[in-house]
Design a protein around this ligand. Sequence first.
Ligand code: DGJ
Length: 751
Amino acid sequence: MNIIFDQEQQVFHLYNNKISYIMKLFHDGYLSHLYYGSKLDQINSNVCVYFTEREGAPQPDGLQDARLFSLDTLLQEYPSYGCGDFRIPAIEARLANGTSALDFRYKSHQIIKGKEALDNLPSSHVDNDKALTLAIRMQEVAGELELTLYYTIIEDESLILRHSVIKNIGNAPVRLGQLASFCLDFYDCDFERIHLHGAHANERNIQRSKLNVGIDVISSARGASSHQHNPFVALVRPDCTEHNGEVYAASLVWSGNFSAQVEVSSFENTRLVMGINSFDFEYKLDVNESFTSPEAVLVYSNQGLNDMSNTFHHFVREHILPKKWAKTLRPVLVNSWEAAYFNFTQESIVRFAKDAIKLGAELIVLDDGWFGHRDDDTTSLGDWDILNSKKLPNGIKGLCDEIHSLGAKFGLWVEPEMISPDSNLFRNHPDWALAVPNHKRSQQRNQYVLDLSRKDVRDYIVDVICKVLASADIDYVKWDMNRNLTEIGSVLLDSDRQGEVATRYVLGVYDIMHRITSRFPNILFESCAGGGRRFDLGLLCYMPQVWTSDNTDAVCRQAIQYGTSLVYPPITMGSHVSAVPNHQVGRSTPMLTRFICAMSGNFGYEMDLGKLGEAEQAEVKEHIALYKQLRETIQLGKFIRLISPFENTKNETAWSFISLDTNTVVLMYFKNTSKPAPNLRRVYLKGLDASAKYKVYKHLATKQVAYNDFLKARNLEGEILSGSELMYAGLTMDRIDADYSSVLVVLHKQA
Ligand code: DGJ
């Protein structure tokens, strides 16, 4: 790993054993992009950049001689508008005189050991001897703005971290309209774009589309990274598959409004610009004030999407998740929400817990409804100071102690960012909710959003939530957030700073999360936002797992978890078995299928296990015991996608896990709709040791419907198979003529 600056060629080269990232300074300090991809020994910048005259492309004054050099055709590192480049900019600002043409030139650079944390923002952490950072200082020619571009390269990681900082070095305020986390220019446009789109209960569907000339945008303006679009995008070569081909992917360490814009120019160059959404964003930079963009993680792979995901997964575990939790195995959790909703008593929760603990549950979570007079979702958010609700006569502490005495951990739900119109907090502080003068506030789920841009509101929330968490020996917290932001205004900010509120809200969330999670380092926090509204690298810096979706149906979850796995490792995904018919889609799937799907992440139940019959309880007990044997492989191992629910028949899904020591392999296969004359699916495993022998330790498959009992169930347990056979000849899945079937095969490598 190194960063070198070749003075003669004016070339920066960042590299490790996998990748190179190369830039060059032209003329009076234009910072141009030369290359990003597989590691290069060197680049000859005289040959690699080919200038030619382009009609319609302006030249900077003094460089117009041969009409070759134009910002409109140059691959750039951090382009701006107004001085010759007509493509999408990375930065927009209005200088003190009201003009917006910007021209940034190189001033100096610095190579720094390690990587510093970002101001007020979550960011990745890395040991000082494992990373190098290049900081390139640029100055706008009018002398009002200084821009610093940061690039970090980490040993052995096929990725570059980027962010940017702008500072007002002039004598009057400047209005910032955009500060992207990065821009990445490409010579060609032979790409397809992949992104993750969705809705509540239908998060992170994989969409792949061809790039066209023009601008394609995915974005959020909802105040959160959103159910609709995840802050992730990948540009892939058309021949790229799960296991082959080139991928350029990016993900933001940010939980608010964002955009990822891709432009293919008329000269068929491609530009990717990503960062805080410039739509409805404006930030006033006072003299000497700085603004820092969120960090972006730029992953490169020439071995397809699965390799991209493995790079993200490793990076998230090593450099994003709080260190204490990154490799701590997660308990089997049982949550009260779908079991009871708001309808419980202390006694019913203790009974619920006893039944779950008997079957092996390790953590009992009391979800929404325990505080104030919250018997439905119309009331009491904000009234966290009322610890003794009528449902819990002995308070949180009484219940927590009782669950502990039963031998399990105890967890609690909170929603600190919100306020109910029907709450003492709102009656006492109506100005604490976001609002715009002369407009009524919109409601979503009968609630408003607290104005977390305000320090007094943040201080109150930190104080009151800390009191709740200190009131008992709580082991786990589910931090929920159930609406989007509307009427985004703050009474404490001047009119020329109202464009900052959505951003300041997210910075406020980070502030309270930082203060609360650092005060309680032994509590395992799970973030949730109506399921997966905020599944992003920003929140993962504070809370090491996320409630993936409110949808717990095993069929829908295959797609949701498959899509989520593009960026986020299984140890970050909460996935639970729920009752049938499923509460979100009304489908009834076999218990085994629900188990196999849910065990592919942080496993738990979202149902009252005491309401199951004896046979099903016995099944659950076996499932929990099996998960405990396999959880290290699932939570910390390598995840490999094998059959996509978004492709081919859209009726099958398969994925596998390989333990870190490579000795345990877990294969999961799902077939959703039964078909006449069914094919016998062979699954070709990946990543095994070709010459090793593997013994089938566990083989489970869902049952036939009764009248098909001529199909004898088979059992592969004890069979020995070679790695090469499993990978190249494949393993045939069971024939099950029934809907929602699934197969689980656990293999142990033989010594
Ligand atoms: C939305 C969450 O996603 C659910 O799991 C549950 O906690 C409810 N909120 C409670 O109101």
